[in-house]
Design a protein. Structure first.
Length: 192
């Protein structure tokens, strides 16, 4: 039996189109494995995955990394919140808001924050839906956990997050390069 080619993917990444292309070209099975952002790099380094679609940045030492696409950062708030009336917001607009999941690069340094327990993106959006605070996440996360009682709005002065493909420097086998080819849109007959 052929071992599956294992690709981890962080919440919000969308590996489906690449999986379809792989399955149309290759005999070995492809196994897509969801991974938490906190564990995305470790899964590759420890050999749990052959490759992973990760949210950058990661420590690139010992890794190949191909940046793939950018994600728009959005603030998610209750549909009753003032941001529901805006097309987009800035960090200054959110300076007095409680951030449910802190540690956002670029968050207003003077904003007074409560100590929130660690929570998943889904839990954070549920907390926000109850009218408690706001959360900043990539648009893909907001779409994944969309609800009728919350609204996402772009945060215009935050840099986009980036999704990338990583794998170990010494894991440059034919199957790895085949997946890179799929991700880069190469046809079956094209070469590197």
């Amino acid at each position: 039996m052929v071992e599956p080619f294992r690709v981890g993917f962080v919440t919000g990444a969308t590996p489906d189109k690449w999986a379809r292309a792989w399955r149309g070209r290759r005999r070995e099975p492809l196994e897509l494995v969801p991974v938490l952002e906190a564990e995305q790099e470790l899964g590759v380094r420890e050999g749990d995955f052959d490759m992973a679609l990760v949210r950058l940045p990661v420590d690139r030492s010992g890794l190949h990394c191909i940046p793939l696409y950018a994600e728009v950062p959005v603030v998610v708030a209750s549909s009753e919140h003032f941001i529901a009336a805006a097309d987009e917001v800035t960090l200054a607009d959110l300076a007095d808001e409680q951030l449910v999941r802190p540690h956002i690069s670029g968050w207003h340094p003077d904003a007074e924050q409560l100590d929130w327990p660690p929570m998943s993106e889904k839990d954070a959006i549920e907390t926000v839906a109850a009218g408690t605070g706001v959360v900043i996440v990539p648009m893909s996360i907001a779409r994944l956990h969309q609800r009728k009682d919350v609204v996402p709005r772009p945060v215009s002065d935050l840099d986009p997050t980036q999704i990338g493909l990583i794998w170990l420097l010494d894991r440059d086998a034919e199957d790895t390069q085949a997946f890179v080819g799929v991700v880069r849109g190469r046809s079956v007959n094209s070469s590197r």
